[in-house]
Design a binder for this molecule. Structure first.
Ligand code: DQA
Length: 149
């Protein structure tokens, strides 16, 4: 099983950006933690991060042609604005788990909209990096049980 861990703008700044919200660990630490988890679960993980909306659309389309089985996706600020990203997920029908490090539900009004949520198989918020490993487990369960096919 091949899983893409896709991150949107400013996630590369983890550890530097607003540590009181996102914690003190870096994007590299996130990759390490998720890779270790994927190894224990016997799945292949690929990582991609971009600060650009179109790059994220390209990555989702590429995932389709590369036969990626599922996407753990933190679209970051594009969560709240991007119809193009929503349409890319709809176009490919790859199962997506939406992840947010912070608890967006308790933050500003403009973060209460999520375009991706309507197509995500599940949404995890406010669990820090652990949200990503939980998302991998949800994908493995959903894909192996064929509940999404
Ligand atoms: C975020 C929440 C978004 O509102 C924000 O724009 C981000 C990160 C999170 O992981 O908590 O960049 O997706």
């Amino acid at each position: 099983m091949k899983i893409l861990v896709l991150n949107g703008p400013n996630i590369n700044m983890l550890g530097v950006r607003e540590p009181e919200i996102y914690g003190g660990s870096s994007y590299k630490d996130l990759i390490q933690m998720v890779t270790d988890h994927a190894v224990t679960r016997g799945v292949l993980v690929e990582f991609y991060q971009s600060n650009h909306e179109g790059d994220l659309v390209d990555a989702i389309q590429r995932a389709y042609f590369d036969n990626v089985d599922g996407i753990v996706f933190n679209p970051a600020a594009y969560t709240h604005t991007s119809i193009a990203i929503l349409d890319a997920v709809k176009a490919t029908s790859i199962p997506v788990i939406e992840v947010h490090i912070s608890n967006v539900a308790e933050r500003e009004e403009f973060r209460q909209i999520s375009y991706i949520r309507q197509v995500a198989k599940a949404t995890i918020c406010g669990k820090g990096f652990r949200g990503y490993t939980e998302a991998i487990d949800i994908l493995i369960e959903g894909i192996t049980s064929k509940q999404w096919k």
